[in-house]
Design a protein around this ligand. Structure first.
Ligand SMILES: N[C@@H](CCC(=O)N[C@@H](CS)C(=O)NCC(=O)O)C(=O)O
Length: 294
């Protein structure tokens, strides 16, 4: 019998990773110059985590409960939000918070060390800007729409916020298509080598492309959409072949897979959002009061 998703079963969020993510935590439990403060269910953490994996930067991962706000978390992240980074081999220790700032930092660090990158090369500023337009849309529209939809309680609001989230995904697809058309579709691309060079940083939307900046920025919410929004709201992602191909590439990418826990962890951890339990989180409170996300 299918599970009744209309009643709050009072499930609690998880505090330790499971599945592939747990293996990754175990592999990254030795001290390193950088410690990633993370929580297994958190999509903002997953962004930073995927970037570490993809760029090949050494790190230790340290799982914390961000709602309990341990002192060591507050020392790296003033609002007690994950993700946070602590740089251990400097005295006094330094730290950083905010997932997008951490992504930028790791990208800059890798450009000097592992020489890997998620962005188009600096020699192609227009391509970089188009990718940043995509990321800006993800942060300003798609991510808040995800929470508005998940926290909506009455049917009419669920329908409207569901449409809004769906539209945010369609707009992102439009931005992927624009980058593909403007960077690769100009007719001036002569051979496979040039095509590959121009595709750099445009992400897995492109046939033969690698993981890109926007993929990482959005993947945690798309992953939770096909799992959590489907379960609690009956949501369906776009069904086109092109969209499904992108999803498959994204969700089977080694750097992403390495950071995913098992499905039940997400379903349990997001039940409090789906029933809009009071004081679920700073994100949930911001959505309920119409403020911007923390
Ligand atoms: N703007 C922050 C948001 C991070 C965030 O909201 N993290 C959540 C977990 S998913 C958290 O730490 N919540 C603790 C709380 O609400 O007090 C970022 O991008 O890093």
């Amino acid at each position: 019998m299918p599970e009744d998703t209309t009643a709050d079963k009072g499930r609690a969020y998880h505090t330790t990773s499971t599945g592939a993510a747990l293996d990754t935590v175990t592999r990254h439990s030795k001290d390193e110059d950088i410690t990633l403060f993370g929580s297994c269910f958190c999509p903002f953490v997953q962004r930073a985590w995927v970037v570490f994996e993809f760029l090949g930067i050494p790190y230790k991962v340290y799982e914390v409960d961000p709602y309990k706000k341990p002192k060591e978390l507050l020392e790296v992240s003033p609002k007690g939000l994950v993700p946070g980074l602590r740089f251990n081999n400097v005295d006094p220790p330094r730290s950083l918070n905010e997932s997008t700032v951490i992504m930028e930092f790791l990208e800059d660090l890798a450009s000097e060390t592992t020489r890997r990158s998620l962005l188009p090369p600096a020699t192609n500023p227009y391509a970089r800007a188009l990718v940043r337009l995509q990321a800006d849309h993800v942060n300003r529209n798609l991510v808040p729409a995800f929470y508005r939809f998940l926290q909506a309680q009455d049917t009419e609001t669920q329908i409207n916020t569901g449409k809004e989230f769906h539209q945010a995904i369609e707009t992102l697809v439009g931005l992927f298509e624009r980058a593909e058309r403007e960077i690769l579709g100009g007719g001036g691309v002569s051979g496979e080598g040039e095509q590959r060079a121009l595709s750099k940083g445009l992400g897995l939307w492109i046939e033969g492309g690698e993981l890109g900046w926007t993929d990482v920025m959005v993947a945690p919410w798309i992953y939770r959409a096909q799992l959590v929004l489907k379960h609690y709201r009956g949501f369906e992602l776009p069904q086109t072949d092109r969209f499904n191909t992108w999803l498959r590439r994204l969700f089977t990418h080694q750097a992403f897979v390495a950071t995913c826990s098992t499905d039940n962890l997400y379903l349990d951890s997001y039940e409090r959002y789906a029933f809009n339990r009071p004081n679920t989180s700073q994100v949930a409170n911001a959505i309920n009061s119409g403020r911007g996300l923390p």
